[in-house]
Design a protein around this ligand. Structure first.
Ligand SMILES: [Zn+2]
Length: 310
């Protein structure tokens, strides 16, 4: 799990792009009076900590749930309502290069690695004539249960297909039970470690990769534990013990003395500094702010810190 950092211009661009996809003309006069353009902007831009307040407000209006679904998501694929299929989120998630679509949001976010697993690449590839690949957008709060958040920016989590369609799938995530990648920083709550000190291990069967607590905030720890369980993170990461063992071997290959020799004798290393050499040794960035750039960066960083490589 890696926190997603975003600037307001992307949220504004998303709002402008999708606000007219919500079919307000389906609603009664009374409901239309509630869904003013200001309210639609509030729904699309609401932060995770505002979801509950907005949910309670919409619920109190007793709006027909079927109409909410049709307006904010669109008709189901097997529906006879052909026009309805092109409403709301359905419209956003189809391909059409001359209008704002999921590809545009994915391209703007530049999330190269899945924030849920930090394992699979999720970059977007598109050009003027073709859209090739993009991340899935997981609805953190299910769109079936909360259709009015189907096009809410902070409810759309760019993620890999395995996390979205296989692991999370229909598991209910809520802000009371799970870490939200736009709101919470998993990296400051949990840290990878091994069940036995790595310096004493030579074989994969000698240790397990597990998480330990970095924070003392009990609520955040409990939520992070739910994410770890529901996204099968420990099970997945234990398939990468080979990388962890290689880190230990790299540590033996490149100790402080050899790094100092490289710094002294090689111009490119002299120019780029010690941190660059360490990032080469680990095949990963050493800064917390860059652990979203490459697969397995958090694992490599946390284990490298334990090995005192960093
Ligand atoms: Zn993933």
């Amino acid at each position: 799990m890696i926190k997603i950092l975003v600037d307001d211009s992307i949220v504004d661009e998303f709002y402008t792009g999708v606000k007219d996809y919500i079919r307000l003309n389906l609603f009664s006069k009374k409901d239309k009076d509630f869904f003013t353009s200001e309210k639609i902007e509030e729904i699309i831009k609401c932060k995770p900590n505002e979801f509950t307040k907005l949910h309670n407000e919409i619920k109190s209006k007793r709006i027909n749930f079927h109409k909410l679904k049709l307006a904010f998501i669109g008709a189901q694929a097997n529906s006879k309502n052909k026009a309805g299929k092109a409403n709301g989120y359905n419209k956003f998630s189809t391909k059409k290069s001359d209008e704002y679509r999921a590809y545009n949001l994915a391209d703007g976010l530049k999330i190269d690695v899945c924030p849920y697993c930090n394992k699979n690449y999720t970059y977007t590839i598109m050009n003027t004539s073709k859209q090739y690949t993009r991340p899935d957008f997981d609805h953190f709060l299910s769109k079936e249960k909360y259709p009015y958040f189907a096009l809410s920016f902070y409810n759309l989590i760019p993620s890999c297909q395995i996390c979205n369609r296989t692991l999370k799938h229909t598991t209910e995530f809520t802000l009371d039970t799970h870490i939200h990648p736009y709101q919470d920083d998993f990296n400051s709550i949990k840290k990878f470690t091994t069940t036995k000190p790595l310096v004493l291990c030579n074989q994969e069967n000698e240790f397990e990769i597990i998480f330990k607590n970095k924070s003392s905030d009990k609520l955040q720890i409990d939520k992070a534990d739910k994410n770890i369980k529901d996204l099968a993170l420990e099970l997945q990461y234990n398939r990468h013990k080979d990388i962890v063992l290689e880190l230990k071997d790299r540590y033996d290959l490149y100790n402080d003395t050899s790094i100092q020799i490289m710094l002294k004798d090689t111009k490119i290393f002299k120019d780029k500094g010690e941190e660059y050499i360490k990032s080469l040794i680990m095949c990963s960035d050493t800064k917390d702010k860059n652990i979203n750039k490459r697969p397995l960066s958090k694992l490599i960083k946390d284990i490298s810190e334990e090995l005192e490589l960093l």
